[in-house]
Write a protein that binds this ligand. Structure first.
Ligand code: SF4
Ligand code: SF4
Length: 382
């Protein structure tokens, strides 16, 4: 299992995390088996946005005796009302259901107190100018939560939260289809191509790009939901790209965005766990997602680096996608921030090792001028 620093939290999280959603309604012995198998495979982060008392209790029992081996993303303002999940802005209910989470997980702390689903201005303003953010800060001061996060599907709200200086992490919906959409587009519940018909996209949405780069250069960790767009990307009939991706190609896409540290994958059976963990031993070729941007001119990424590393191998072992990410971050800010410079400095092989052989350019499906970008990176970082 590969582990990543979750922004500046000090947590070292597995790149594959366990999304708890599909464990709702499952018997407790199955929940325990899935959690145990995931942990044996190296998974050390769990997302629980669910308010259902039964699944909370089952997860708490599954973690008994090993709670300290799992980072828990527990959500604030996700409540159980009228026998179903709901969201609230009522601070009393927020407090009640957070205390319920602690009790059912049999713990006295939650690693990431995730303020749940901030997708519009109203929720953002109510939360960041009201008692919910104050409650989260108070919990953090007391050590009851160790970091403050927010979850969102909306890049405008997520970027505002990142820039507020009040949060440590974001749980965000990341997949190649959502990344193309306008920042104010409704989150498609099914990707039936309505959102994509007749449109031409000019690369990854600029607000999403800003969000990823901002978080990476300011030490805000990112975990990911909706990695498969609720399964739509796994079937050629429902994917806007009209080709099926594998789950592992979707995971690779999300994990190669700047700032992404872990993908929360919903696992509901032992087969799911083992299939998911195969990611760790797969070849780069099996995980390569670049083909989806080549199926139609509508999705062309011409001249833009999508960090896919389809252009490898490099005779000098340069990680072209990684250098591309750091260069884009520095270009966005007009200079290399100390964080980005430190990331770049930690690379084993740097841009100045490029000998201009051009072999990578012939392999890049998007016509990226890699040699020129290596020169830019050399000037930027040296
Ligand atoms: S240069 Fe091209 S092939 Fe290489 S990482 Fe960027 S987009 Fe992918
Ligand atoms: S042009 Fe530079 S980066 Fe590309 S393969 Fe050759 S040495 Fe590597």
């Amino acid at each position: 299992m590969k582990y990543n620093e979750l922004g500046n939290t000090g947590f070292k999280v597995s790149e594959i995390g366990l999304g708890g959603e599909y464990l709702e309604g499952k018997p407790s012995n199955l929940v325990s088996s899935v959690v145990a198998a995931a942990m044996e495979g190296g998974v050390n982060i769990l997302d629980c946005f669910m308010s259902n008392p039964e699944v909370r209790t089952n997860l708490g029992m599954a973690l008994k005796g090993r709670r300290d081996k799992m980072y828990i993303q527990g959500h604030l303002r996700s409540i159980w009302y009228d026998n179903q999940y709901a969201r609230t802005l009522d601070i009393k209910k927020v407090q009640f259901f957070f205390e319920d989470l602690l009790k059912r997980f049999q713990t006295d702390y939650i690693d990431i107190g995730m303020i749940h689903m901030i997708d519009n201005d109203h929720d953002y303003d109510s939360i960041f100018s009201g008692p919910i953010i104050e409650y989260a800060q108070e919990l953090k001061e007391k050590g009851v939560i160790r970091a403050i996060g927010i979850s969102s599907h909306n890049p405008v709200q997520a970027l505002k939260a990142a820039k507020s200086g009040l949060i440590d992490t974001i749980l965000f919906s990341v997949n190649p289809a959502y990344d193309l959409l306008d920042e104010d587009a409704e989150r498609p519940r099914t990707l039936d191509n309505v959102f994509f018909n007749g449109k031409t996209f000019n690369g990854i949405n600029h607000v999403r790009n800003d969000l990823y780069h901002y978080c990476e250069s300011h030490g805000i960790g990112m975990t990911v939901m909706k990695t498969f767009a609720a399964g739509a990307l796994l079937d050629a009939r429902t994917s806007p790209f009209c080709v099926a991706m594998t789950p592992h190609q979707c995971m690779s896409y999300a994990l190669s965005r700047p700032s992404v540290d872990s993908v929360m994958i919903g696992m509901q059976s032992m087969t799911d766990v083992y299939d998911c963990l195969r990611y760790e031993t797969m070849s780069d070729k099996e995980k390569d997602y670049s083909f989806i941007f080549s199926v139609s001119p509508q999705f062309s990424m011409n001249g833009k680096c999508v960090y896919c590393n389809h252009c490898l191998p490099c005779p000098n072992h340069i990680d072209i996608a990684q250098i591309g990410k750091y260069l884009d971050m520095a270009l966005l800010e007009g200079k290399a921030s100390p964080t980005v410079k430190a990331h770049y400095d930690s690379l084993t092989h740097k841009a100045d090792e490029c000998i201009g052989c051009y072999s990578c350019e012939s392999r890049c499906p998007f016509g990226v001028h890699i040699v020129e970008r290596m020169k830019m990176a050399k000037n930027m970082f040296n």
